[in-house]
Design a protein around this ligand. Structure first.
Ligand code: SF4
Length: 248
């Protein structure tokens, strides 16, 4: 039974929730949504990147059993893989689900691990978009309706109008940190004594796959270190999902 079959309409539901809770953000927004509206139907996707600890901490304090999807593209830094374990233990997250790209697909379309250089959109598609689409379809079939993300308006011009609640094709997206500033994030790390990603001290401000992540100069747009030198700013997982996306 799919989300569509149960007559769940993300656009109208997102508009309703925005009317009730759109003035909230952060912990207050999550707590209200989880306890009043979406308990047992909400999940989180996290890269366990430079700022991820703040949102994961909010989720853990509201409900540590909320499923956390971690997409291991097989091109992540070893530091990120270790940080995922450290942070999971530190915060007491109880349901982290690690998702990988299909081994057969990688063998067929990226046998030498160089697709990031030849066709980064296709590389992101097979390593991120398609695996996430598969798990999201499964979660939708289990009755999940909402997806928490860590996106923020200040991260890039493509995100400067990001609302706290929005509709995707077949989910509602909740962005509890949408209106947070980088100073808010810094203060949350301090206030909650959150362990930093080990690469932050080494100059990495936005951390994704190893071949596509660079150090960023102090004061520069943190996401300018992602796909530096290329006309690419997003991996595609936050472009509205199509219901039957498949790997080509
Ligand atoms: S970020 Fe780079 S390595 Fe990772 S999936 Fe995208 S193109 Fe491939």
């Amino acid at each position: 039974m799919s989300a569509i079959a149960t007559q769940f309409y993300p656009e109208s539901e997102a508009a309703r929730l925005r009317g009730l809770y759109g003035h909230l953000s952060g912990h207050a927004l999550l707590e209200a949504l989880v306890h009043n509206e979406l308990g047992g139907q909400i999940m989180l996707s996290s890269s366990f990147g430079a700022e991820s600890a703040v949102l994961l901490d909010l989720v853990a304090t509201v409900d540590p059993t909320i499923p956390v999807i971690f997409l291991d593209t097989r091109r992540l830094f070893g530091e990120t893989l270790r940080y995922q374990k450290t942070l999971t233990d530190h915060l007491g997250l109880e349901d982290v689900r690690i998702v990988h790209p299909e081994a057969d697909t990688l063998l067929r379309l990226d046998p030498d691990d160089m697709l990031f250089n030849e066709d980064p959109d296709q590389c992101c598609h097979i390593r991120k978009v398609a695996p996430l689409d598969n798990i999201m379809n499964k979660m939708g079939n289990l009755g999940f309706k909402a997806w928490i993300t860590g996106r923020k308006q200040f991260q890039a011009t493509t995100r400067d109008a990001l609302p706290v609640i929005e509709a995707d094709v077949d989910f509602i997206k909740i962005n509890p940190l949408a209106d947070w500033t980088s100073e808010d994030i810094k203060q949350a790390f301090l206030a909650r004594n959150l362990p930093p990603h080990p690469l932050v001290a080494d100059g990495f401000k936005s951390i994704g796959c190893m071949p596509c992540t660079s150090r960023v100069a102090e004061g520069a747009d943190p996401r300018s270190g992602r796909w530096a030198g290329r006309d690419k700013t997003e991996c595609g997982i936050h472009v509205a999902r199509r219901p039957s996306l498949s790997v080509v």
